[in-house]
Write a protein that binds this ligand. Structure first.
Ligand code: PLP
Ligand code: SF4
Length: 335
């Protein structure tokens, strides 16, 4: 066997790690030494949107602390089942901008492909928690429509692979997709929106890095980290490997009550990202998705927090505070 290749059917270390993720609320509660009273509500909420946490991510949580900022992103709570006015299934109008199965063309020059519905972690505040991936997923058997749309739309200069998480796809599948995208002379940049290097840094293999730089497209990887405790040495190493291949690294975060709605956490996150070679890009106001109302930070408070960041950090470490709005020509800058 050629070094670095694998026999068909054999899975990579990251795929085995992904398969070992925690999906049973009782196991999560036991491993963290939490009050068993969390189990029943978590089971009820997980029936709507299942629990999923990689073991390596759980290892960064503090045992016995029900308020741990990483746990707070993944623990299903019964308040998710309450309906709150203004919190809907498609808060950002994604379905209205779907021009072909899995192709969202909302902004000039950029299209977003929902490549897969799969994620390595289930973030309870995710605005795609109700997204109909079955209908929207071109990865099933409908790639052709998506590729035809991109080929026929010469204004597209950047293709954004999103999901779900595009890095749950295998290296081979990703390399194939990048190859066919690069055939379009009008496309210049490849952007990948992913949380995998943060929640499962083992995913950043040489094979992945090679796939990302295998075409003429300029690669940009936009990570998703929300709290400085997420950035450990494994994540830093993964970022170093990506940056070493001349991949531009940015980060987007969501402002979340009970996770990062304080100036210390936000400033420490910017510092930790920079130390890993990543620049903060966006800080998103929560999308008002059904089941996530308990994470909402009032806009006034968000502005205060952003002001505090500007007062303490160099400008290049202050992310743009934005909100997504259906039918707008770009994300709305709040500060
Ligand atoms: C956020 C988003 C983009 C990218 O917007 P940028 O401001 O370039 O980061 C593109 N398409 C859709 C549908 C989006 O939601
Ligand atoms: S990784 Fe991203 S797409 Fe997946 S659940 Fe979390 S926020 Fe949503």
């Amino acid at each position: 066997m050629i070094p670095g290749t694998r026999a068909a059917g054999q899975s990579a270390a990251w795929q085995r790690e992904l398969a070992r993720s925690i999906t049973d609320p009782a196991e999560l509660v036991r491993l963290l030494g939490l009050d068993p009273a969390f189990i029943d509500p978590a089971r009820a909420a997980a029936r709507r949107f299942p629990l999923r946490v990689p073991r390596g991510y759980l290892a960064r949580m503090k045992r016995g602390d029900p308020h741990d900022p990483l746990l707070a992103q993944v623990l299903p709570l019964d308040c998710e089942l309450r309906s709150v006015p203004g919190f809907t299934a498609d808060p950002v109008g994604d379905l209205a901008s779907m021009v072909a199965p899995g192709v969202l063309h909302k902004y000039e020059g950029r299209v977003l492909l929902t490549t897969t519905g799969a994620c390595a972690i289930h973030c309870r505040y995710c605005f795609r928690r109700h997204f109909p991936y079955g209908e929207a997923n071109p990865a099933t058997d409908r790639w052709n429509d998506a590729l035809r749309y991109i080929a026929g739309t010469s204004s597209i200069r950047e293709v954004i692979l999103s999901g779900g998480d595009p890095l749950t796809m295998s290296d081979a599948r990703l390399a194939d997709l990048i190859g066919v995208l690069a055939v379009n002379a009008h496309v210049e940049r490849l952007r990948v929106h992913t949380r995998l290097p943060v929640v499962l840094p083992e995913r950043v293999t040489d094979g992945l890095v090679n796939a990302l730089v295998s075409s003429r497209l300029k690669p940009v990887v936009v990570l998703h980290a929300n709290h400085p405790n997420e950035i450990d040495s494994g994540v830093r190493d993964a970022c170093v490997r990506l940056a070493g291949a001349h991949i531009t690294l940015l980060n987007q975060s969501v402002l979340l009550a009970g996770v990062n709605d304080n100036a210390d956490a936000l400033c420490d996150l910017s510092d930790a990202l920079f130390a890993a070679g990543v620049l903060p890009y966006y800080l998103h106001q929560l999308d008002r998705v059904e089941g996530a109302a308990h994470y909402d930070v009032p806009e006034e408070r968000s502005l205060e927090l952003h002001q505090a960041m500007r007062a303490r950090l160099p400008g290049y470490l202050v992310p743009r505070l934005v909100r997504e709005q259906p039918r707008a020509v770009s994300k709305i800058l709040l500060a």
